[in-house]
Structures are given as C-alpha cells and as structure tokens.
Design a protein around this ligand. Sequence first.
Ligand code: IPM
Ligand code: MG
Length: 355
Amino acid sequence: MKIAVLPGDGIGPEIMAEAVNVLNALGEKFELEEAPVGGAGYEAHGHPLPESTLKLAKEADAILFGAVGDWKYDKLERALRPEQAILGLRKHLQLFANFRPAICYPQLTAASSLKPEIVSGLDILIVRELNGDIYFGQPRGVRQAPDGPFEGAREGFDTMRYSEPEVRRIAHVAFAAAQKRQKKLTSVDKANVLETSQLWRDTMIDVAKEYPEVELSHMYVDNAAMQLVKAPKAFDVVVTGNMFGDILSDEAAMLTGSIGMLPSASLDKNNKGLYEPSHGSAPDIAGKGVANPLATILSAAMMLRYSLGKAEQADRIESAVKKVLEQGFRTGDIATQDGKTVGTKEMGAAVLAAL
Ligand code: IPM
Ligand code: MG
C-alpha cells in the first residue's frame, strides 16, 4: 500500500515526522513517499500543488497531509498561495466528505475553556461538505459594481452554490455515519435567508426518508454556533456546507481543549482519502519542537481505518494515544496541572513506547 506523505509548511514537517515513525513501527509493508506541498511546493517547483505532488496523491492509496500556510506567502497572488494546495487536492481528487470528530478526552477536560460538566464525555462528529459552496462557486472576482448605491465602485463577489446531487451525496454520508452512532443528525443551514440553504434543507428532508432510524433536525448556523458552546453534548452528528463547516469545526475543536488533538478525514466516493490534523501550520511555533503531534498521529489512525482496511492497527494507535495521556504526557497546548509538559519529539517517542 502506497501512502503519499505531504508534510507542508510551518509545524507540518515536525508533526509529520512523528506520525511517520508511528506508521513505520506498526510492522506493515507500507510504501511511504514524500512530496512538497503548500509553501514548500512553491519553493521547490513554483506552485503550491506541483504536478508531481498531485500525481503522487492520485496514484497513492491514501494521503497523509501535515499543514500548509505561512505569512510570508500572503502577498502572492491567490492561485500561488499555500492554501490552494489543500483546496486543489480536495477538488482534483473529489474529496467531498470531510469528517471532523470532536472528542473530549477525560484526561483533558481541564484543558477546555468551558466548564468540565459541559464538555466531559463530549463526542460529536462534524460532517462538512468539501467540494462546493462559496469556496468554489463561480462567478467570483473583483469588479466594478454594476448597480446599487455603490455603483461603479470596486467590489468583491463570491457565489454560494449547491446542486441537489451534491447535497444528496453528502447527506447519504452523514446519515450513514449517524446510523452507526447515536442516530441523531443535525443539519446546519441558513434557510431563513439563503436560497442555497433552502435547497439544502429540502434535500436533507428528502434523503431522510431512506434512513427512518435516524432522527433529523435542522438548525440555523448562528444558533448552532451558540448551542455548540451552550450544550455541545446535545449534538451527535452535524452535517453542513463547506463554509459553515469550516467555522463550526474550529469552534467544536476548541471545546475539546485543543485543536492539536483532532484528526480529520476527507473522503471520495470510494473511501480513498486525505488525512490531516484539523489545525493549521502554526508558523508562530514552527521549528521550536513544541507542537502537538497527536492530531497527525490520530489522522494516521483514521487513514488505517477508513482507507487502508487496517482497523486493528488504528485501534492500536488510538489506545497508545490514550495511554500517553493517562501517563500525563502533555504538549503546551494541552498542558494541565497534573501533567508533564513535553515537546513534539518526546510526545512522539511516548506514543512509540506505548505502542
Ligand atoms: C480547514 C482550513 C482550510 C479551509 C484552509 C487552509 C483553506 O481552514 O481545513 O478548515 O478553509 O478549508
Ligand atoms: Mg478551517
């Protein structure tokens, strides 16, 4: 089995090194091939998603991705910025289903900014659509306003779009996921204002007929943002569009204590996937050896489970991570009073020892 390893920028290479050590320790015959992406891709080949990297990602059985982005590329034209690498991979490989679990580990309840009783035992799954919405909708651009009170002025515009089959396919993924869990699905939209959301909601209601065991409810995105901090445990599975999912998944991540703990999977219709930590490249702490590698290590576990059919190995990694938390190992982002603060390498070594 071939795994494309794309470390990227910032803390990407540091956290990826630990995940690769874990994969190599499993005793499986994986072929790991590394390629530059994001700012690193731009430096090496003049493009955030070089042809050779895209080719590797296409032919691999799964992709393990670190993080991309650095302030120093903010001045580049949009098409050359590091973020285009992840957006391009999602689009080219049709990775439309993004799974972002938010689990609050009992040992880390104190690291959350919310009261322990609100978050302890939290286990929600955000299913975010990843190929459509205002992220990719055409037309978009900057032009002279053709009408309105500011006619003639420079204006920026983007288009929010979802087609019915696009909503249907993410609905099926979300219902199927809910069926394997607590059977509660909350669809988040802004149907009180947006046409796109009305179509989204109508389609969800239609698909729900095929999943009679799953209880479907609807929530406006502003209310969902509020409920997530008020009573997050009321959620089981949340399904939403690309833009709302981007925002709500960061919010959900913080409930758990640290975004540094959360893996994610982005899957196509055949369960081929890209696996990445939910956090970004954190250029402010890059190279300091303090980043938390656990989200990337847990992403490798998700990869084994969803794309490579190695659920037992995934279990082993997840148990090892739980064990190091029990043993009190903590990187700075999840530091708790009773824990021992360690760096990236020590955390990786602790996971290897636990394995
Ligand atoms: C994410 C990130 C990306 C997104 C950026 C890096 C393009 O924030 O994966 O949530 O907006 O989807
Ligand atoms: Mg985001």
